[in-house]
Design a protein around this ligand. Structure first.
Ligand SMILES: [Fe+2]
Length: 217
């Protein structure tokens, strides 16, 4: 598959997610843009921005296979529903394995719910996980905490940062927390406000990035 083919595949999958579940779609736009910003600001993982961005953009694509009645459920999930939810990183990986076979992209999808203490969805030991997956899991959690979803109360940026620091060494990698916290509260608030203000523009920016930068190096 050529370079353009990969970007097109990403766009097609993204459109599917958009029509299937709007909340997951907009969450995916926000985390990919915030992750990209973080990578640029901190100069972490140089040379990997493009595949990591794609992984972030499509990390939840496996939710296409989870009924929306479960994705939107406000009551506590049953054990069976939890089991199903916990399959979505693997499902994302399986979608992307054929579509975008780039290691870092696949890693983000497969490992985004793993934890530093080994108690994540697949309970994978941290020494087997790439550092960028730990960094993305913070970005993912940060957005989940600061935006309204079916099952949570919204935290302020400050509260979310406190929560992230509190969970350093348990849920989150201490090194990744240190990197994420190089973005100041004010900077994060500004980025999130910008991202939230105009969803249509964010999608335009992402489409432009996909078509002009992602694989055209
Ligand atoms: Fe997820």
């Amino acid at each position: 598959m050529g370079m353009d083919g990969l970007s097109n595949t990403a766009s097609v999958l993204l459109e599917k997610l958009r029509s299937y579940h709007a909340d997951t779609f907009s969450h995916s736009l926000r985390v990919s843009w915030l992750f990209r910003h973080l990578l640029r600001e901190t100069s972490c993982f140089p040379g990997l921005e493009k595949p990591l961005f794609l992984g972030a953009l499509l990390h939840d694509i496996g939710k296409l296979d989870i009924p929306t009645s479960i994705l939107d459920k406000k009551d506590p999930l049953t054990d069976d529903e939890w089991r199903l939810i916990k399959t979505h990183p693997l499902k994302s990986y399986l979608y992307l394995k054929e579509a975008i076979p780039i290691r870092e992209c696949l890693d983000i999808a497969l490992y985004h719910h793993e934890r530093w203490d080994g108690n994540g969805y697949a309970r994978i030991r941290r020494d087997l996980l790439p550092d960028y997956a730990f960094l993305f899991s913070i970005v993912d959690a940060f957005d989940a905490m600061t935006s309204k979803r079916a099952y949570n109360d919204v935290l302020t940026v400050r509260q979310a940062l406190e929560e992230i620091r509190k969970n350093s060494g348990t849920q989150f990698s201490p090194a990744a927390v240190e990197i994420f916290c190089r973005l100041s509260e004010a900077e994060l608030a500004a980025i999130m406000a910008d991202i939230f203000t105009d969803g249509a523009r964010l999608l335009e920016d992402i489409r432009h990035y996909l078509s002009s930068h992602v694989f055209a190096s």
